[in-house]
Design a protein around this ligand. Structure first.
Ligand code: SAH
Length: 224
């Protein structure tokens, strides 16, 4: 008798454990070395965050549409940004700007004590809330808000991750970074570059890392 491989939502082979394992191998080949990040990505099922018709592609290294003109980030960039923030150490209080469907939020929840995440499009907040409930990510607080202003009342944060491209680094976010804290943020419009911002006792240090492609960070909130 054939033993079926683990499969989720769609047919065997589509989102099987072997498909997911291939994603982890690829991440290592792409230079992701933090095994805590790899373990979190092994644990969070990316296919539940996309529409059923797209779940066959959920473990490919591509961004995919999630509705409302937005996307779920490609696995490599989720892993890379999480690895940069962790810097080899456990994360305590983390702020994410741009929840989207909540995939990156779920990965962060597995490597942090507390995660706060802000999303400007209300139906995406609802979608993310459902996904995070399904995965029992109980250490996450989501809010419908313009994240470029941060979340002053809950700061300072040990780490801030912005998952939409900003034309400039919002000063409010830098202010909400704890001493010793790190922020990753894509900066630019057509040509975007991922920046690392570190707050030390001596001041702020900004480093350009690599080219990226994100949807834009927009001001205000939207109901649909
Ligand atoms: N973190 C997601 C990526 C979502 S795409 C993932 O795991 O794949 C980026 C998201 O940022 C979109 O949902 C978009 O609506 C949101 N966004 C853009 N500008 C924003 C702002 N000022 N405040 C909060 N969210 C914002």
């Amino acid at each position: 008798m054939a033993i079926p491989r683990t499969s989720h939502k769609t047919g065997i082979g589509m989102t099987s454990s072997r498909t997911r394992e291939r994603m982890l191998t690829r991440l290592r080949e792409q230079g992701i070395q933090d095994e805590v990040v790899i373990a979190a990505m092994a644990e969070i099922p990316r296919h539940i965050f996309v529409d059923e018709a797209l779940s066959i592609r959920a473990y490919e290294d591509v961004s995919l549409p999630i509705g409302y003109g937005q996307t779920i980030s490609q696995p490599y960039i989720v892993a890379k940004m999480t690895q940069i923030l962790r810097n080899g150490k456990p994360l305590n209080k983390v702020l994410e700007i741009g929840t989207g469907c909540g995939y990156q939020t779920a990965v962060l929840s597995r490597v942090s004590t507390d995660v706060y995440s802000l999303e400007r499009i209300r139906p995406l907040v609802m979608k993310a809330r459902n996904h995070l409930r399904t995965l029992k990510c109980t250490n996450v607080k989501l809010d419908h808000a313009d994240g470029s202003l941060g979340l002053k009342d809950y700061g300072p944060f040990d780490a801030i991750m912005v998952t939409a491209a900003a034309s400039h680094v919002p000063p409010e976010l830098v202010e909400q970074l704890a001493v010793g804290g790190r922020m990753v943020i894509p900066v630019g419009t057509t040509d975007q570059v991922l920046h690392l911002i570190e707050r030390t006792a001596q001041g702020i240090q900004q480093t350009a890392l690599e080219s990226v492609k994100f949807v834009p960070l927009l001001g205000g909130t939207a109901l649909s």
